[in-house]
Design a protein around this ligand. Structure first.
Ligand code: NAG
Ligand code: NAG
Ligand code: NAG
Ligand code: NAG
Ligand code: NAG
Ligand code: NAG
Ligand code: NAG
Ligand code: NAG
Ligand code: NAG
Ligand code: NAG
Ligand code: NAG
Ligand code: NAG
Length: 523
């Protein structure tokens, strides 16, 4: 046995030399599998394809790089190479070998020669040791970007050997294009002219034959806009009644969210925010509203088309040019309506107004002018106003002031002394005239239509004059003269009176007798 061992060693060495020639052999030839990969620190198993056997092999020789012996087993006696003490386990039933605590230096071509029943079997394989992928991380030149304004570089770093890089954009692989460059063996990703769709998340996937690693996702924040600005009115109409609540909303595409400014007819309003609420609107709030969006990152802004809002008044009125129209003067009636009015129609005393020569309608029926107003123009004038939110109207009752005219004095021209005198003066006038009385040119009474004098004297004879005055037209009538004579008839019963009574009695008696005779004759 002791003799046999050196002999076998010589044989094995010979066989090793023979097989070391690459001719006719490829990697993984014989009883060993194709190339093996393993990671630093791990364990590799060189399994032979031999059927397990109880019977020990005559000899087994494991070596690496055809130079360094790992283990030689002759008739169950193992001798292990010094570098491999404690790192290997030999499996006697299959001649397989386990190698532990791998280092990068363990890379090499491993071969085994086995003598069994006088037959030599051979195996060869290449083991490559890799450092595992670790610490995969991505750094970005910037994560805060503006669309269409620059490029960004993402760089992937990782520990490990023989690394391959792959970039993921969301779940799909990034491929190079005009815009997208992959450099430094794929570890650098450059996006030229970033767009909003480049937000990622980007991950770097690193691999080698023994492991893989993926970075944490990196999100790019890409600012864009404002764009597609739109001003929306709610309710969506242009005309609103006074007191309405209106909401204006400015919608815009922008990241980060835009800041808003509001304008009315080009003047900035103090209200911020994307919504402008106009509560209980009045007419002064009519006008062109627009909104402007500003993006503080892109430093770009956009202004909406103006939205024309018209606040229409509900109240209307008819205003005369004077409160006291005077006949013969010019008077105009103005149909006022707050806000925009679309149609105006005039009516008089309930029927459509038929303008006479004396009337002029102007300013789209807003103003009704009487060149010289006449009392025939008295009546109720109604101006009907229509606009998209209401139909409304206002009336005015016209009373034309005129006079005084046709002054008349009624009363006796003769009166007995001690009788009661009553004179009445009248005149056509609006408003009612005031009267002043004169006797023989001397004022005797003012402010009364009637002049009454009890127990007249002779001195009450004379020329009575009445003058009428209209405090609106400020006209005074021409005087009318009424002559009065006080006659000499007693009011107590003097001689003449008694004679009169006697005559009267005789007449009554005669009448009574005559009347009785007549009745008798008829019977
Ligand atoms: C080698 O054989 C062992 C035991 O039979 C088995 O557990 C292991 O998976 C095998 N390894 C390879 C690389 O085939
Ligand atoms: C085998 O040879 C290669 C290159 O010649 C060397 O890098 C490797 O370390 C060697 N392997 C061993 C186990 O000596
Ligand atoms: C991975 O990174 C950590 C800390 O950043 C470091 O301590 C460790 O050594 C790194 N590992 C490798 C394999 O480079
Ligand atoms: C960036 O891309 C947009 C459209 O994708 C293009 O309109 C613009 O001109 C580009 N800018 C530059 C600097 O290339
Ligand atoms: C990322 O994916 C989006 C679609 O999800 C695509 O539009 C964009 O161009 C991609 N960007 C890069 C740099 O691959
Ligand atoms: C990146 O974006 C995704 C969605 O696109 C989100 O779920 C994730 O939380 C973001 N990550 C970071 C760090 O912002
Ligand atoms: C109209 O409303 C605005 C805003 O509420 C207010 O400032 C203004 O004084 C109002 N104008 C009138 C005439 O009421
Ligand atoms: C609003 O703008 C329109 C045209 O855009 C113009 O015709 C109208 O007069 C404007 N209104 C006001 C109140 O400025
Ligand atoms: C766009 O890019 C130019 C040049 O890189 C830079 O000066 C400018 O500030 C950028 N604009 C914005 C809004 O970031
Ligand atoms: C008015 O004139 C008449 C006639 O001349 C005269 O009789 C009368 O006394 C006069 N009356 C007064 C109050 O002067
Ligand atoms: C009264 O009027 C008559 C005629 O109008 C006139 O002749 C007469 O002189 C007048 N009498 C007085 C006292 O004025
Ligand atoms: C005119 O006189 C009437 C009474 O006749 C009075 O009510 C009114 O106030 C007066 N008007 C003026 C303007 O003096």
């Amino acid at each position: 046995m002791a003799l046999l061992l050196p002999l076998l060693l010589v044989f094995v060495a010979f066989a090793t030399l023979c097989y070391s020639s690459p001719a006719g052999f490829t990697e993984g030839a014989g009883v060993l599998p194709d190339g093996l990969n393993a990671a630093v620190g791990e364990t590799v198993m060189f399994n032979t394809t031999l059927t397990p056997t109880e019977k020990p092999f005559q000899s087994v020789n494991w070596n690496v790089n055809f130079s360094t012996t790992i283990i030689v087993v002759i008739n169950s006696e193992e001798s292990i190479g010094p570098e491999y003490e404690g790192r290997i386990t030999f499996f006697t039933s299959t001649a397989s070998l386990e190698l532990r605590s791998l280092t990068l230096g363990d890379t090499g071509e491993y071969s085994v020669n086995i003598v069994q029943d006088g037959k030599i079997q051979h195996g060869r394989t290449i083991l490559v040791i890799y450092e595992k992928v670790s610490n995969v991380s991505v750094t970005s030149s910037s994560t805060d970007l503006v669309e269409f304004n620059g490029s960004v570089s993402l760089s992937c770093s990782a520990s490990g050997s023989s690394l391959s890089f792959l970039w993921l954009n969301g779940s799909s692989e990034v491929t190079a294009s005009d815009r997208v460059q992959l450099t430094d063996g794929g570890s650098s990703l450059t996006i030229i002219n970033v767009t909003r769709s480049d937000q990622g998340p980007f991950r770097c996937h690193v691999s080698n034959p023994v492991s893989t690693g993926t970075s944490d996702p990196v999100n790019l924040s890409i600012s864009y806009g404002p764009e597609n600005i739109n001003l929306i009115l709610s309710p969506s109409q242009g005309y609103f009644a006074v007191g309405s609540d209106i909401s204006l909303t400015c919608s815009v595409g922008s990241r980060p969210p835009a800041q808003f400014k509001w304008f009315l007819n080009g003047d900035q309003l103090p209200d911020p925010g994307s919504e402008l609420r106009l509560m209980n609107v009045n007419m002064s709030q009519s006008g062109n509203y627009s909104c402007q969006a500003f993006n503080s990152k892109t430093l770009r802004s956009q202004t909406s088309q103006p939205s024309d809002i018209t606040v229409l008044g509900k109240s209307s009125s008819v205003k005369p040019s004077t409160n006291l129209p005077i006949e013969g003067t010019s008077v105009s009636l103005t149909c006022e309506a707050s806000g925009s009015v679309f149609t105006r129609n005039w009516m008089k005393d309930g029927s459509d107004l038929t303008p006479t020569d004396n009337m002029i309608l102007s300013d789209n029926n807003r103003v009704l002018t009487f060149n010289t107003v006449n009392r025939k123009d008295n009546g109720e004038y109604f101006c009907q106003i229509s606009n998209p939110v209401s139909s409304d109207g206002a009336k005015y009752v016209m009373t034309v002031n005129y006079g005084p005219e046709n002054v008349e004095i009624k009363g006796p021209n003769k009166i007995n002394i001690k009788g009661t005198l009553k004179l009445t003066c009248s005149a056509e006038s609006t408003p009612t005239a005031r009267f002043t009385w004169f006797l023989n040119g001397t004022e005797i009474l003012t402010n009364s239509a009637e002049y009454i004098k009890e127990e007249v004297e002779f001195s009450d004879s004379g020329n009575y004059t009445c003058q009428a005055w209209n405090n609106i037209t400020e006209r005074t009538s021409s005087s009318v003269v009424h002559g009065l004579t006080v006659t000499d008839q007693p009011s107590g019963c003097a001689a003449g009176c008694i004679a009169g009574i006697v005559i009267a009695c005789c007449v009554i008696f005669a009448a009574a007798v005559g009347g009785g005779y007549y009745i008798y004759k008829k019977k």
